[in-house]
Structures are given as C-alpha cells and as structure tokens.
Ligand binder design. Structure first.
Ligand code: HEC
Length: 401
C-alpha cells in the first residue's frame, strides 16, 4: 500500500484516499511490484536503525531506518521539473519547500511515516563521530564555533542533521547496499544516482534564545545528543532547533554543468507564518560551480551565472555565502560552496573538504565535474553524495572490527 502514495499527480491535492479512489491498473501493478521488491531484497542484509543508547524509561518515538528500497525504477511524478530554476528561482524554491513539507506535520516530522511521499535513508551511519542518535536519527557534524551564527553566541554549539531520499534516490541506495550476493558489502559500480533523485536535509543546532536569538520560534526537535560539547560526554535528551534546510536534485537541465540542482533555506524569525516551518525562507539555488570566477572577478563586476541568491534572504545567511558569493549555508564551511564541497565525494580516498591555496589554486575546487567524474583522477566518483562517502567510511570502519 505504501508504494502507491507517489502515484498522485498534483502535489497540492494529493491524498491517500484519492489515490485509492482512482483504482487504476497502475496501482495494482505497483502493489504487485512492491511484492516483488520485498522478495528481491528479502535476501539482503537488514541494516541497524542506530547503535545509540536511550535513557532508561524513555517511551517516546524512536528512529527507524527506512530501508525497503524499491528494486524497480520508480516512475513517480516529478512536478518540480515543470518549473525553470534558472528563470523562476523564487517559484522553484517555494515549490520544493512545499513538496518537502507535504504530509510532514501529520507524520509528526518523521518523514518515513509520511502518507503522501515516500522518504528513505542512507544505511550504515550508526558509528563513529557522526553516529545517528536514537530519536530522529540525527548525525552530529562539525561544531559551530562561538559567534559563527550570531553575535550573541558566546559558546560552541553542536550541529545535528538528517537526510532523506525520494524513491528514485532510494532505488539507487538499494543497488549500492542491498545486493543479496554481496551480503551488505557496497557495490561500487552503482554510485551514480539517476535523474529524478531528490534528497533533502534538515540541519539543527543547540543553543537557547540567549545564545541564538536569531532562532527564536524556530522548529524544535528533542534528540538524544551530547550533554557537553565533548563527543565523549554522556547523552541526554535535549532540544535542538532547525536553522537550515538543504536539497539536492539530479536534473538533466543541469547536465551542462554538474547534473545537480542544490538549494537552501534558513530560519528567519521575522518572516510571517504560523509555525516555525513557515518561517523557513529561501536563500538561493545553485546548479554549477561557476568555474574560473574568483572574488576579485566579482569585485571587478563579473556576475555568477550558476548561482542565484534571492535578494530577501536574511542578513545572517547573506553574510555567510560561499567563495565569491556562490551558494553556501550559514551552517556550512566558510570559503566553500554547496556543489564545490559535494564535487569532492570520492572513494576510496576521501579528501579534506577545505579549499586551499591562492585564488588560482582554489579554482580547482570549483569545477563542474560530471556525475561519474571523480575529483581526483584515480578515484571512484560518488556523484556529489557526501552522505554516501560517510556511509562507506562507516562500512570500512565497521568491517575492520
Ligand atoms: C564543506 C563541505 C560542505 C558544504 C559546503 C555543503 N555540504 Fe552538504 N554535506 C556535506 C557532508 C559532509 C554531508 C554528509 C553528511 C552526512 O553524513 O550525513 C552533506 C550532506 C548533504 C546532503 C545529503 C545528501 C548528500 O549528498 O550527501 C544534502 C542534500 C546537502 N548536503 C546539501 C547541501 C547544500 C544545499 C549546501 C549548500 C547550501 C551544502 N550541502 C553545502 C558537506 C558539505
């Protein structure tokens, strides 16, 4: 039954009831296919949800890794392809946000329980520095140093995030991780994601209104995170607030650059809206790295052609754009950019992601690599997926034990 959700054509009016009322053959075919799907992957390894320990007496919701990846290519509608991200970035970003949040309030912001769209996870990310916590499956990332986000932020804060894949991305994750013959070993011949792959990510941060007044009224998750900044400190259930929401979509309209469209939203406490989610506002969209353009070029009047920043993005986001004004989020590494950092996704030798050297040297980090083109010539490209890179690292670490 879950498989048929994605059949609805019009995201504005999609509902489970409607899907079933149509009663067309496609639905039965889908249900049939979903049987085949589970049979195909029934032989494959089941990955752990998490390896985190919850406090005694906790009875609330816990994270479940959605890993019933479709084994046949899912022919779901891709309504975002009807909007031109280059000429109508505002409309495109508004649509993507609405698509991501559709059905989420009803699912209590557990995307894997969403009744309108199917969302899945990357397996393996249960150990190491980024190990998933047990309530929402958030992974700890780079710390947010004092004053990075706000002039009031006197303390280092923890950054926690979680990403979700649509059925097309999930189809590829299945091919990588669920080959029954490989018994949980990743298939590195399958690392290119198909057109139509859609991934989004929610990025949270610790810190109250005194530390981060810019996040007053932002959406809150309670998560099992470290009680102190040290990753060795005991875990404790604490609130974290949403500061940034990112997406990456594989789209053929970007085939002359990177084949990916990326975009980001940040929380704006002054934006209108009933809930914190309504106050997540778009910052911009990027489909290429604008090769060759340095900050000096921008000072001399050159314009970026593969990033669009919306003029009404909040100041704290505009102050934290990437190198030469390329798209980057306030929670991302300074001096980089979305697609630049992601273009470094490679295996078996992951790289430090910080662009180094003088301007001419830095340009090598801002190239438009094809999905199958690795950052370094003798490596395997992971098609801009840094979460896959981290999952492979976790696999390598866990299989050494
Ligand atoms: C300095 C590097 C860096 C920059 C800059 C960066 N990211 Fe990422 N991003 C990462 C890493 C590392 C991960 C994987 C984290 C994990 O294991 O979940 C990631 C994960 C993601 C994911 C989940 C799927 C995937 O491909 O790994 C999305 C979507 C994403 N980032 C979008 C963005 C967007 C949009 C921007 C710019 C606003 C951005 N990123 C900037 C490093 C970066």
């Amino acid at each position: 039954m879950r498989k048929s959700r994605e059949n609805c054509q019009n995201p504005q009016s999609c509902s489970l009831k409607k899907v079933f009322r149509t009663g067309d053959f496609g639905i039965f075919l889908n249900i049939f296919l979903s049987f085949t799907v589970s049979n195909v992957y029934a032989e494959a390894v089941q990955f752990a949800d998490f390896q985190d320990t919850l406090p005694k007496g906790y009875h609330g919701s816990v994270f479940h890794l959605r890993q019933d990846y479709p084994a046949d290519f899912p022919n779901i509608p891709r309504p975002w392809e009807q909007i031109d991200f280059k000429s109508e970035p505002q409309k495109y970003l508004a649509f993507i946000k609405q698509y991501i949040l559709q059905g989420m309030a009803e699912a209590n912001y557990y995307p894997a329980k969403n009744n309108l769209h199917d969302w899945y996870h990357m397996p393996m990310l249960t150990t190491g520095r980024r190990a998933r916590e047990a309530i929402h499956g958030l992974q700890r990332e780079r710390d947010v140093k004092p004053f990075e986000l706000d002039p009031h932020q006197s303390k280092t804060q923890q950054k926690w995030e979680v990403a979700y894949y649509n059925p097309i991305g999930a189809y590829q994750i299945g091919k990588i991780w669920k080959n029954p013959k490989l018994n949980g070993k990743p298939d590195l011949t399958q690392t290119e994601f198909p057109e139509g792959t859609f991934v989004f990510k929610w990025v949270f941060v610790t810190g109250d209104d005194q530390q981060l007044p810019i996040l007053k009224g932002a959406p809150v998750f309670y998560a099992n995170i470290h009680s102190q900044i040290s990753r060795k400190s005991p875990k404790k259930i604490q609130p974290v607030r949403l500061v940034q929401m990112d997406f990456a979509i594989r789209d053929k309209r970007a085939d002359d650059t990177t084949s990916w469209v990326m975009g980001t939203y940040v929380y704006d406490k002054d934006a209108p809206g009933k809930t914190g989610w309504d106050r997540m506002v778009p910052v911009g969209v990027q489909w290429g790295n604008d090769p060759g353009i340095t900050p000096k070029d921008i000072q001399h009047g050159k314009k970026l052609k593969e990033t669009i920043i919306l003029p009404r993005a909040p100041d704290y986001a505009k102050q934290r754009l990437g190198w030469a004004g390329r798209l980057n989020g306030p929670m991302d590494l300074k001096g980089s950019a979305c697609l630049a950092c992601h273009s470094m996704a490679q295996w078996p030798h992951p790289l430090n992601k910080k662009p180094k050297g003088n301007d001419q040297q830095k340009l090598k980090y801002f190239r438009n690599l094809k999905p199958t083109e690795p950052f370094q010539a003798d490596q395997i490209s992971l098609d801009y997926s840094l979460q896959l890179e981290n999952a492979l690292r976790a696999y390598r670490q866990q299989s050494k034990r």
